[in-house]
Design a protein around this ligand. Sequence first.
Ligand code: GLU
Length: 292
Amino acid sequence: MPDEQIYIGRFAPSPTGPLHLGSVFTALASYLQSRSHKGKWLLRIDDLDTPRNINGSVDNILRTLDALGLHWDDSVAFQSKSLDYYHEVLDKLNKKEHIYPCRCSRKDRTARYGGFCRDNHFNLDIPHAYRVKTDDTVISFYDELQGSKIYPIDEQGDFILKRKDQIIAYQFAVVIDDNLQSVNHVVRGYDLLDSTPRQIFLQKMLGFKSPIYMHVPIIIDTEGYKLSKQTKALAIDLKRPQEVIFDVLRLLKQSPPKEFRQAKVTDLLAWAIEHWDPMSLKNCKAINKSGL
Ligand code: GLU
């Protein structure tokens, strides 16, 4: 099979705390999707947002995945190692006038940015971000679980590629890294669905082929909040890894035979790869963890 035909998936956690049930849910979905296609499964640590990084998280992420039997291919990639490359690409985009410096402060993060700084030239000693010029492009894509999506990119306004605090923005870094790693399938949480049009817009601008996307439901707690490191979701207890995988498979709407709850994790994963059916999550946006 030519190289570009090989399924290349990835899991890209941010090192902002220990892995919790919600992150293991996404990791397992992405792992099973890759392995059931006889593909590669890469691990990338999205560590650019340094103020949010928490010491020890990388170690916890690697240990947890390893204990759960979710072994990745190749060496672990770190976004922080691509910093020079992001800046090189930014320079190119700047020369082509696809991006512009912006000194506006973001009082309301949800509001669409009206493009004030496109024509507002200022002394570049003043702290500034870089925004990409959006236009009337309409982005459409097919998400393997959430179906056809159409977004006029202009609705999102000119978005930030490099923040005022000099940090490379997620939307830009993820596009560069997925391309660097030849990722052609992205499985991630539903909360990132709205980011996808911005990423496809950048891929088109940079001449990259877009991966195929699958946005899996997020796991919510009994109050309806997304499990996240910010809401202090509990770290995974690794004493009985096969029980964790068994329970997460149930949350993924798979039906492992109950004797597998006590089986070896490698046997359980082999069963899961063989029987993986993501379509049971079709159109599903959130799953309550109390469904366990
Ligand atoms: N690093 C992001 C996160 O932890 C995920 C990035 C992605 O899958 O595109 O939420």
